[in-house]
Structure formats: structure tokens, C-alpha cells
Design a protein. Structure first.
Length: 95
């Protein structure tokens, strides 16, 4: 499957609203599979209705302070490539 197609499919799945029991099961499974620690998240009485809501959850104040210098990323992630930018362009997610 082409990467762009897969990315769009994952995006649709991530935005799909789920019934509460299924949302709890899905979020719990995702957290168990990927080792997601929900302790730093702001408390919530409701389960996350979508995977996107889980992945964009608000964190408690001071949980992850921003570094005063260097490279700062607004999200957890993994660096997959590094190198010199010679032509002035930067490619992100195939775009």
C-alpha cells in the first residue's frame, strides 16, 4: 500500500468517533501496545472518544517543560533521517 494512502487511512481511523465501551477498549489496547503513560495527562471523566483525542491530549502544567535552546518538537516522535539541507527545502511526511 502506498505510504500516502496508508497515512490517509490511519488519519480516518484516528478521527472515527467510537462508542464509549469500544473507545475504552481501543485506547486501553493502544496504550498497552505502545507503552503510553496517561499519568501526565490532565484528568478526564470521559474516555477519549477517538485515537486522535488520545494523541492530542492536554498534559498537566509543567509535565514537559520546553527546552530554552536546541531543537524543540511539539510532540513525541522519532527521528527517522538526518542530514545536510543543501537546496533549502525540507521534506516532511512525503510532501
Amino acid at each position: 500500500m502506498p505510504r500516502v494512502t496508508l497515512s490517509r487511512l490511519v488519519g480516518r481511523v484516528g478521527r472515527a468517533r467510537l462508542p464509549v465501551p469500544l473507545a475504552r477498549l481501543t485506547v486501553g489496547g493502544y496504550c498497552a501496545l505502545w507503552g503510553v503513560d496517561l499519568a501526565p495527562a490532565e484528568p478526564s471523566e470521559q474516555p477519549y472518544p477517538t485515537l486522535d483525542a488520545l494523541l492530542t491530549r492536554r498534559l498537566r502544567s509543567g509535565t514537559r517543560p520546553v527546552a530554552p535552546e536546541g531543537v524543540v518538537s511539539p510532540a513525541d516522535g522519532r527521528l527517522e533521517a538526518a542530514g545536510v539541507i543543501s537546496d533549502g527545502s525540507l521534506r516532511i511526511k512525503g510532501n
